[in-house]
Design a protein around this ligand. Sequence first.
Ligand SMILES: [Fe+2]
Length: 257
Amino acid sequence: MTPLTQADISAEIAERHAYYGSRVAAGAARLDSPLLDFAPYRSSILRHPTKNPRLVDPETIELVSPAFGQRDVAAVESDLTVQHSGEPLGERMTVSGRVLDGEGRPVRRQLVEIWQANSSGRYIHQRDQHPAPLDPNFTGAGRCITDDDGGYSFTTVKPGAYPWKNHVNAWRPAHIHFSVFGTAFTQRLVTQMYFPNDPLFPLDPIYQSIPDQAARDRLVSRYDHESSVSEWSLGYRWDIVLTGARATWFEPEGSEA
Ligand SMILES: [Fe+2]
């Protein structure tokens, strides 16, 4: 079989976006969510849901699912640059924002977790063996609890782009994975935050699996000079909206990369 090229994947993305655009032009509702069986993102073909979701009993699942208390999360856990004896390599940055409901109200006391590649684009994971260096001073995971204003903040280094095996020469745009825990294990939401003006956006079938440009844009942080710190770090802002017309896109369970 001929290996899939970026041109093949880009053509498939364009074809599906054109179809979505024609549907919207014909009066169909805009989608805030991704297309779950988005063929350019190859592994979604086999693992997208084919049956309706089933409700689980939230009280029963709470008996066996992970739990945490607010006191279990230390303030230092939001700084990914101080987890080892030395400092990680890369562009030091902060990302901060608010978790909001659909009415713009702060979502307080939420466990927000992040994980990411290091500045070279490498994860500490056995499935990531591409030839970019691991950083002995960077694990790439952190968490915090939102404050009274729904605010969160992490200090980290900017992740690098990394290759994946969707097709030949496939690269993911730099991103940070975010999880918002909710108040029970069954409510957990997972998504990805991107950086402004990434040249890989048009090429990435995961980012492009969201057919609506406005919904894609809501996953992109903005550079915020006010939260940059002189001689120290660059600041990015990104709000997470849980519901409503401006909701952040959350990925289906079992997604990777
Ligand atoms: Fe990733």
